[in-house]
Design a protein around this ligand. Structure first.
Ligand SMILES: N[C@@H](CCC(=O)N[C@@H](CS)C(=O)NCC(=O)O)C(=O)O
Length: 261
């Protein structure tokens, strides 16, 4: 039991105002010019699960023999607050990585939200996205599922298991329950399938693997694979291992990010 009483109106603790972390307001906090490199695609990101989705697809496109997939990759250091700089916020008003600008069009196109970037690139190059309506719809189902589901893993389970200042049973139980339910869902879905959409490797695998593949491989939060007893999900683990063997995935994980300042 805690002594906390919910006030009538929540108030922001002003002492936290100057910190770089969460604040209850959106928008840029300071002027910051972002570099623009020589290539048509400018990616501003970081090697987090949402960030690496984009480099995975870009590297898979190269692997598939697409010639004009050159890009500049810049590091947005979210622990230093780069996501709140003025130029970044013009690209992504939501102040989260990843974000991208495509300068190959008459007017540059900004793209934010990792799955929106995956869809943009897959459609632009006509790869890793099925054309048949039924298959495309199934792909969309899983892309939207990933976007809605992963915050329970990252912002819920991961936060309370790894980052919260002290361990609390109630939120850890709540989010572990939901995370295991999602892992079981993927395990059941992947029974007898090579990939999320069936036989074809698509952007659904690239969106889901950085969260759920890395989680069952023990690469997301310390010892979380043991805590979550991931051997209960053999189909999911086999899929995760299959994906992580791909050269594009290995390159995306080791990718060097250029400094912005
Ligand atoms: N739904 C967004 C989530 C992006 C997101 O949460 N990015 C995190 C890093 S993985 C971030 O930029 N956090 C910085 C912050 O919240 O200030 C997406 O898929 O692009």
């Amino acid at each position: 039991m805690s002594d906390y009483k919910i006030p009538k109106v929540w108030e922001w603790n002003q002492e936290e105002k100057n910190q770089l972390g969460n604040q209850p307001v959106a928008g840029s906090r300071f002027e910051q010019t972002l570099p623009v490199g020589e290539h048509p695609l400018q990616v501003y990101s970081l090697g987090t699960p949402n960030g690496i989705k984009v480099t995975i697809l870009l590297e898979e496109l190269k692997e598939a023999g697409i010639d004009d997939v050159a890009y500049d990759l810049y590091k947005i250091n979210i622990s230093e607050g780069d996501q709140f700089g003025s130029d970044f916020v013009k690209i992504n008003p939501n102040s989260k990585i990843p974000a991208m600008v495509d300068y190959s069009q008459d007017k540059p196109i900004r793209v934010f939200e990792s799955v929106s970037i995956l869809l943009y690139l897959a459609e632009k190059y006509g790869e890793f996205i099925p054309t048949l309506l039924s298959e495309r719809t199934e792909l969309m189902n899983w892309l939207f599922w990933q976007t809605g589901a992963a915050p329970f893993v990252g912002g819920g389970f991961g936060h309370f298991y790894e980052y919260a200042p002290f361990a609390q049973e109630y939120p850890i139980n709540r989010y572990t329950m939901e995370t295991k339910r999602q892992l079981d869902l993927l395990d059941k879905h992947l029974a007898g399938k090579a990939f999320i959409n069936g036989d074809e490797y698509t952007i659904a695998d690239m969106a889901i693997w950085p969260w759920y593949g890395r989680l069952v491989q023990g690469d997301l939060y310390s010892d979380a694979d043991k805590f979550l007893n991931v051997q209960e999900y053999p189909n999911l683990k086999a899929w995760a291992d299959r994906i992580s063997e791909r050269p594009a995935i290995k390159r995306a994980i080791d990718m060097e990010y250029k400094e912005i300042k």
